[in-house]
Design a protein around this ligand. Structure first.
Ligand code: ADP
Ligand code: MG
Length: 577
């Protein structure tokens, strides 16, 4: 067995040698309190940093077993330790030479608490996966600095972040309980016929469009109107009351700048748990709620958008609609059908990011443009059918058209950031001021047609008969480089972390390699992937353990696959035949 002292000697002996000599440190080292694994070593100081792991036995780490006894608690604890490791690493991370020399870091986190591959815990051990920029000046090794980084700084980081005795026990307990309560609340929604719950006192606004921390100055805490208030008795923190958004069709109305979109955004992110102190840590939403928006320019591969769109110019098919360049309305129609195809149970739609002609078509426009010259059946004629035919609820921000009063079960008005229940008034107005619209699009929603995707494998450059695993690159949550393609994810609004995007890239490559030749419907393919993930965790996705992946939903994976411009759909029978 190689000891920490031997690693120190080795690193010092490498001083001044060419960077490639760092490859010699790959392997396993036994430190007094933990094991260090050097899994991969970067080729130069500017390349992607080296990947390392520490493994601390529970005999040293001593975490109470109750804190990781259930999946919910374990995710909460793992997230907490990841943040502690990150903070301790930041205090030691400094420029020690060229390029990334001296960097030490774990996967980045935001306000959400997610399952990540960066940190694992069980009854035996705690494992943290992180990256290190091995120090060099130019291309020559700085051995002394490397020894300091790995043999002095790293043990300090481990002592400060991965041993229970070093942590704030009350904060650890709070994180575990807040998360377990949030998961519990989310599980209660269906039984109460709710799609979302926003507790009184929640802080929904954020610091800025680029800062997801809670607004610190002048945020008005959320307060439910009495008529829509519900109360739960949580396992840890006891009673909590707030707004329960019922199943069915819910409208959020109100003047501009009164907090409508902020509320919908909080609902959209209620599929995730949030850190204590976030302000949204007990805001919970149905786990299959999907935010939908218009996205002109996106590609669409053989989607049956006929529930919304028919009679396109030039006789184009709308049962197998494909385009490299969708319009606002066709993109929104396709995104809804694609979400339903993989199991969306709640749609979240904001007028700010919708195509107007997809949302409404008033009486005057119906009079001017005959139905046979307008391919679009607006959402207002479909949103109820979606609930009656498929049980799919919708929460819709709509300050600009009262035509939706006819189809809404619940109408919430935001005024000065405070919600009011205006359902009765909206109903009365709908009776007094009839729209005189003609309902369009028939009496049923229409078919949601499953598709069999084919993600073309990429032939190796050297030998076209060989398959190469696609290049994956992720810079931020908006973009995934997959092979020769760049997938634009900016309209997939419920992705919150780069680690999720990387995991989605790995998942597409995994599906391609494992099941690429199976003629399975997309939803079946996603179900198989979920089974594999349940069995082996995020590590199932990659050939060797990575520390930079995070959990994602089938909805977001499907959204990425659907935005692949090379996606091919195997031919299917026409839904009408
Ligand atoms: P709308 O969609 O109704 O036009 P927004 O949700 O975009 O309004 O909110 C407008 C502004 O008000 C945003 O800057 C937002 O951060 C802020 N805001 C929203 N809710 C609150 C609140 N509860 N307290 C303070 N500011 C808020
Ligand atoms: Mg808005």
């Amino acid at each position: 067995m190689t000891t920490a002292t031997e690693l120190q000697t080795l690193l010092r002996s490498l001083d001044g040698r060419s960077y490639k000599a760092y490859k010699e440190i790959r392997g396993h080292y036994q430190f007094p309190q933990f094991g260090l694994h050097v899994d991969s070593v970067q080729g130069d100081p500017f390349a992607a940093p080296s990947r390392l792991r520490v493994v601390v036995p529970q005999s040293v780490a001593e975490f109470p077993a109750e804190y990781y006894a259930t999946p919910s608690r374990a995710v909460a604890l793992r997230d907490y330790l990841t943040r502690e490791f990150a903070a301790a690493a930041r205090s030691h991370s400094e420029q020690r030479g060229s390029g990334k020399s001296g960097l030490i870091a774990i996967a980045p986190t935001g306000q959400q608490i997610l399952e990540r591959s960066a940190l694992w815990i069980d009854s035996q051990q705690v494992e943290a996966r992180f990256v290190v920029g091995l120090p060099a000046r130019g291309r020559s090794i700085l051995g002394r600095q490397a020894a300091e980084l790995l043999c002095e700084d790293l043990p300090d980081i481990v002592r400060r972040s991965l041993l229970y005795s070093a942590l704030d026990a009350a904060a650890v307990q709070q994180q575990v309980q807040v998360v377990e309560d949030a998961d519990w609340l989310r599980n209660q929604l269906a039984g109460r016929s709710l799609v979302a719950f926003i507790p009184n006192g929640a802080i929904l606004p954020r610091q800025s469009g680029v800062d997801d921390a809670p607004l610190s100055d002048g945020a008005l805490p959320f307060q439910s109107p009495p008529s829509l208030q519900v109360t739960f008795d949580r396992p840890h923190q006891g009673l909590i009351s707030g707004l329960g958004i019922p199943v069915g069709v819910t409208l959020i109305v109100g003047g501009g700048y009164h907090g409508k979109s902020t509320l919908l955004r909080a609902i959209a992110l209620g599929i995730y748990n949030h850190r204590p102190g976030d302000g949204r840590e007990q805001v919970v939403t149905h786990p299959a709620a999907v935010k939908i928006r218009a996205e002109d320019g996106r590609a669409i591969a053989s989607v049956n958008i006929s529930p919304f769109i028919n009679n396109l110019p030039q006789g184009r098919s709308t049962t197998h609609f494909s385009t490299p360049n969708a319009s606002g309305s066709t993109s929104q129609a396709a995104s809804i059908i694609e979400a339903l195809e993989v199991g969306a149970q709640v749609l979240l739609v904001d007028e700010d990011t919708s195509a107007t002609n997809f949302m409404i078509r008033d009486r005057r426009m119906q009079a001017l443009i005959a139905k046979d010259r307008e391919p679009i059946t607006p959402f207002v004629d479909k949103v109820r059918q979606l609930y009656t035919d498929y049980g799919v609820s919708t929460v819709l921000v709509m300050g600009g058209s009262g035509d939706y009063f006819d189809v809404a079960d619940t109408v919430i008005a935001m005024g000065d950031y405070a919600p009011q229940d205006v359902t009765a008034q909206a109903r009365a107005i709908a009776r007094q001021l009839a729209t005189h619209r003609t309902a369009e699009g028939g009496s049923q929603f229409g078919d949601i047609t499953p598709r069999i995707p084919h993600i073309p494998r990429q032939p190796s450059r050297r030998d076209p008969a060989e398959v190469r695993s696609p290049k994956l690159k992720v810079r931020d949550v908006d973009e995934l480089v997959f092979g020769d393609e760049t997938i634009d994810l900016s309209a997939v609004e419920q992705l919150v972390e780069v680690n999720q995007v990387r995991a989605i890239g790995a998942a597409i490559a995994y599906l391609q390699q494992q099941y690429g030749d199976r003629p399975w419907a997309l939803s079946a393919l996603l179900a198989q992937l979920q089974a594999d993930l349940d069995a082996a965790g995020l590590d199932a996705l990659t050939p060797y353990p990575q520390g930079d992946l995070a959990q994602f939903r089938p909805a977001e994976l499907a959204a990425a696959i659907n935005r692949l411009r090379t996606l091919v759909i195997r031919s299917l029978p026409d839904p009408k035949s």
